[in-house]
Design a protein around this ligand. Structure first.
Ligand SMILES: C[S@@+](CC[C@H](N)C(=O)[O-])C[C@H]1O[C@@H](n2cnc3c(N)ncnc32)[C@H](O)[C@@H]1O
Length: 234
């Protein structure tokens, strides 16, 4: 299942009206989403005026959408902000920034709101390379074995962090589209208690090993079909 299918199904089930996307790039995920009001935040939008116009024709929600040319931190710093029902976090792929984006979004989310995070289960270890930016990841990884240009960074650590430190949140990862982290207010279904030191030391190879041998499910990974069970609860 693609991220856009998951996001749209959540929006439809909740009859949500307000959508936030952090990290829009060329609009592959933002433009198809159908909802009354949507806000896209990116310091470097990567679509042409022609593409924007084309999508305004295909999906009228794009005509009234707000496009905020800023980093997520700058966007959230300008309070007050409207409250959102559903948010998709797909900006800078670092542990620190994705965690900050989740925390800021939670502060601006309606009580039953849902956050979807991209890139929580990289397809392989090189894609999980921690780097301060996409360009740095490319520069550092060029020619490394297994590197194919896909970069999810260490966003997966944010899932482990939230599961270990926020017992007021329901957090799991759908096993599709590079791992879609789902975060909402509520009781965790399974406990995880990693210390800061343990998480700092962890690598994505540990996550992969845990998944392969079934010893530890750090990401609370669920088959994509679990989405339908989840939808019944929101
Ligand atoms: C992977 S792309 C987003 C792709 C898009 N969501 C999709 O699914 O097609 C990541 C985007 O995040 C943006 N970005 C990088 N740092 C950011 C930040 N601090 N705040 C918001 N967006 C950021 C980049 O400019 C880039 O366009």
């Amino acid at each position: 299942m693609l991220r856009t299918d998951v996001i749209q199904k959540i929006i439809d089930k909740k009859k949500a009206t307000r959508y936030l996307e952090i990290g829009v790039n060329n609009g592959d995920s933002f433009f198809p989403i159908e909802i009354a009001h949507k806000v896209g935040v990116d310091p470097s939008f990567a679509f042409s005026p022609e593409r924007k116009l084309e999508w305004a024709g295909k999906n009228p929600c794009n005509v009234t959408a707000d496009y905020i040319d800023a980093t997520s931190d700058a966007f959230f710093a300008k309070q007050p902000i409207e409250k959102f029902d559903v948010a998709f976090i797909d900006g800078l792929h670092t542990y620190e920034q994705s965690l900050q984006d989740v925390l800021n979004t939670l502060d601006n989310l309606n009580d039953n709101g849902v956050i979807v995070m991209h890139d929580c289960k990289p397809p392989h270890v090189p894609a999980a390379f921690p780097a301060p930016s996409l360009q740095a990841a490319i520069d550092l990884n060029m020619g490394a074995p297994g590197w194919d240009g896909i970069w999810c960074g260490d966003v997966w650590k944010t899932i482990c962090h939230l599961r270990s430190n926020r017992k007021d949140l329901r957090v799991f990862t759908l096993d599709c589209d590079f791992g879609l982290g789902i975060v909402m207010k509520g009781k965790p279904d399974i406990d995880l208690n990693l210390t800061k030191e343990a998480l700092d030391k962890m690598t994505f190879a540990d996550i992969e090993a845990g998944i392969k041998n079934g010893t530890e499910n750090f990401l609370n990974l669920k088959d994509e079909s679990y989405l339908f069970e989840f939808l019944e609860t929101i």
